[in-house]
Write a protein that binds this ligand. Structure first.
Ligand code: NAD
Length: 268
């Protein structure tokens, strides 16, 4: 059996029917956690992930909810608590892009991105933290009373023309995460972020689906390869486990060096 630092813990991963969320859900399950696979629109894909989780020996549950809708978020957590009694780990992963040149950006595009990427994180975290505090410490299972992991982006620090709504949402995630971490650390809840670089998922398909696009993308990645959801899954397991027990309010960039100003590699 592989290393299972999350054995006996329950997790909820938002937007877990595809891409990074699916990779994180599978990694948490392989590390011993029971995992709720939240999805918004594709029950078949969510059930496929649940089937893989169950085949690996832990529990899985697919729950539909739009994370930007308060009533749906509350109903999702009600179902999780009814089924498993608690939520030890929340991974705020769901997110989307609605790209446009700034003067063409509609209010609907702005609102949809902020509502999903930022407000959804608020709604899910608020309920998950209430559940963590309700259950309280379980030192036999984890040193922390609960763990919240936010899926940010390299765009919490790298400006992104043509994606002002997305960059604003991820910049918001940075101080959301840090402020929440500061507020909850005394109650032994750890809150951290992962900042992925370019990970090969449906969200950025045009950036990797042709050899020309991939070559251009790789110019931004010193480590010379596009990332995979499993790269993010490993970081999520670490941040959810006691191996990172003294880590609070940090963004771990998992980006092949994208944040290292690669255009300065030859002296600028
Ligand atoms: P993806 O499109 O495969 O995954 C996003 C998931 O969120 C989808 O399953 C989608 O259905 C779900 N979702 C969207 N709106 C939702 C809502 N309102 N309620 C519930 N679920 C919703 O793309 P991904 O790359 O796996 O993205 C996952 C996260 O990683 C996002 O927050 C994204 O911003 C972040 N990220 C991705 C990359 C990358 O290169 N792929 C880089 C940096 C950050």
């Amino acid at each position: 059996m592989s290393y299972q630092p999350l054995k006996g813990q329950t997790a909820l991963v938002t937007g877990a029917s595809s891409g990074i969320g699916a990779g994180v859900a599978l990694a948490l399950a392989a590390a011993g956690a029971d995992v709720v696979v939240n999805y918004i629109a594709n029950p078949k894909a969510a059930e496929d992930i649940v089937a893989k989780i169950v085949a690996g020996g832990t529990r899985g549950l697919a729950l539909q909810a739009d994370i930007g809708d308060e009533a749906q978020v509350e109903a999702m957590f009600d179902k999780m608590i009814a089924a498993w009694g608690r939520c030890d780990i929340l991974v705020n992963n769901a997110g989307l892009q609605q790209d446009a040149a700034f003067t063409d950006m509609t209010l609907a595009q702005w609102n949809r991105v902020i509502n999903t990427n930022l407000t959804g994180m608020f709604l899910c975290s608020r309920r998950a933290v209430k559940e963590m505090l309700r259950v309280g410490p379980r030192p036999d299972v984890s040193a922390a009373t609960g763990k919240v992991i936010c899926m940010s982006s390299v765009h919490e620090i790298i400006p992104w023309a043509g994606h002002v709504n997305y960059a604003a949402s991820k910049g918001g995630v940075k101080l959301f995460m840090q402020s929440l971490s500061q507020e909850l650390a005394p109650q032994k809840i750890r809150v951290n972020s992962i900042g992925p670089g370019a990970i090969q998922t449906p969200i950025n398909r045009p950036a990797w689906e042709t050899p020309e696009a991939l070559e251009k993308l790789l110019e931004l990645i010193p480590y010379g390869r596009i990332g995979q959801p499993a790269d993010i899954g490993k970081a999520a397991v670490w941040l959810a486990s006691d191996d990172s027990d003294y880590v609070n309010g940090q963004t771990i960039f998992v980006c092949g060096g994208m944040t290292l100003y690669p255009e300065f590699a030859d002296g600028g």
